[in-house]
Design a protein around this ligand. Structure first.
Ligand code: CAA
Length: 380
């Protein structure tokens, strides 16, 4: 395994770091407080090539490898995990899905503007009664001439309000169970396509999350992704790829927690010295740093395997499971080290905890990751 980053990977990491510091950090506290979507920042991320990082230049993407994507996601999420998830959904769920499984029409019409960052995407799988048990889709699509008529509801959709194009999974043949699910591209603004209220969340408040509703929405046949009946396999394959994105988001939050805790412990004095001189604090910092390195190695391994064209299902699930767990742990320890100051908004660490928790839930809960890992182990 090569532990050195290429010049290109280092350059992307540096670019992401500078962009996050200069363009994202100044508004992050206010956007979190006001639950405000970072419209201008997302536009600039597009100009930088960060909204379609792994998409081929043939489809207006940046043509970078998965390692570059992981490094950029960590740097962006370290400053603002809300921006991280917006970027992650567009890159690893929407663009990756359309590039791998979309027809020429879909790639020309939808992938190109999404990869350029001119348009934003969302991935609509979850429903009120189909979360972890994603086969239980109630949203239906019935064929009528050259159109599919979509009816139903989706829940917890990241970018739900802001996205222009939505990948929507729906039941097209109930008798066939998960083999009767189909994926479609649906445009915002089509008649009958609505949304619920913006969810008032614990964390990642600057990203928008809402439910989507479909009332006799007419979707052209050419907007079917891959093939009729392949929608569940499509969603599963794409979610494998999403998971190193969320793992990277979690690592960014964990790194931010460690940095804040280290800085504070060198300033704060107790019992006649900086608290960094107390072993109780040193042990916490050492454990946080060790866990972050382990999470990074797992995530870079999954990314490297994808770049090498290898199967990475188990590795991506391990990366997400572990990175999300240590993000919560590191945020909690950062609060503990800050004491009372960690519990108020003046310091950022309370936000890190609020932002970290969702990484154990979306794109497959930790329990689902364990199921995926165990199934892969038992299959070997
Ligand atoms: N990769 C590829 N294919 C997979 C897969 C994986 N990880 N897991 C299952 N599949 C395939 C199986 O091979 C099988 O395919 P075939 O029928 O062609 O052989 C098919 O899916 C059905 O598999 P199972 O019988 O194993 O299905 P199951 O119902 O027992 O379990 C599950 C599947 C893994 C639990 C799945 O339901 C799952 O991953 N649930 C979690 C869903 C999820 O991650 N939701 C996140 C929502 S999106 C989101 O959060 C985005 C956001 O906005 C941030």
């Amino acid at each position: 395994m090569n532990f050195e980053f290429t010049e290109e990977q280092q350059m992307i990491q540096q670019t992401a770091r500078e962009f996050a510091q200069n363009e994202i950090a100044p508004s992050s506290v206010d956007r979190d407080k006001n639950a405000e979507f970072p419209t201008e920042i997302v536009k600039k991320l597009g100009e930088l090539g960060f909204m379609g990082m792994m998409v081929s230049p043939d489809y207006d993407g940046a043509g970078l490898d998965t390692i570059c994507y992981v490094l950029a996601m960590i740097e962006i999420s370290k400053i603002d995990a809300s921006v991280g998830v917006i970027m992650s959904v567009n890159n690893s769920l929407v663009c990756a899905g359309l590039e791998k499984y979309g027809s020429d029409h879909i790639k020309e019409t939808y992938l190109k503007p999404l990869a350029r960052g001119d348009k934003l995407g969302a991935f609509a799988l979850s429903e009120p009664e189909a979360g972890s048990d994603a086969t239980q889709q109630r949203t239906t699509a019935e064929k009528e001439g050259d159109y599919w008529i979509l009816n139903g509801m989706k829940n917890w959709i990241t970018n739900g309000l802001s996205a222009d194009y939505h990948i929507v999974m729906a039941q097209t043949d109930k008798e066939k169970g998960h083999k009767g699910i189909t994926a479609f591209v649906v445009e915002k603004g089509w008649e009958g396509f609505g949304h619920g209220q913006k969810e008032d969340k614990l964390g990642i408040k600057s990203s928008d999350t809402c439910s989507l509703t479909f009332e006799n929405v007419k979707v052209p046949e050419e907007n079917v992704i891959w093939e009729v009946g392949k929608g569940f396999n499509f969603a599963m394959n794409i979610l494998n790829g999403g998971r190193y994105g969320i793992a990277s988001q979690a690592i960014g939050i964990a790194e931010a927690s460690l940095e804040a805790a280290t800085k504070y412990s060198k300033q704060r004095k107790a019992f006649g010295t900086e608290i960094a001189n107390h072993q109780a604090i040193q042990f916490k910092l050492a454990d946080m740093a060790t866990k972050i390195e382990a999470a990074k190695l797992l995530t870079l391994q999954a990314a490297g395997m994808r770049d090498a064209g290898k199967k990475y299902v188990k590795e991506a699930a391990m990366a997400k499971l572990y990175s999300s767990q240590i993000a919560v742990e590191c945020a909690l320890e950062a609060i503990q080290i800050h004491g009372g100051y960690g519990y108020v908004r003046e310091y950022l660490v309370e936000r890190y905890l609020r932002d970290a928790k969702i990484t154990e839930i979306y794109e497959g809960t930790s329990e689902i990751q364990r199921i995926i890992i165990a199934r892969e182990l038992l299959r070997d």
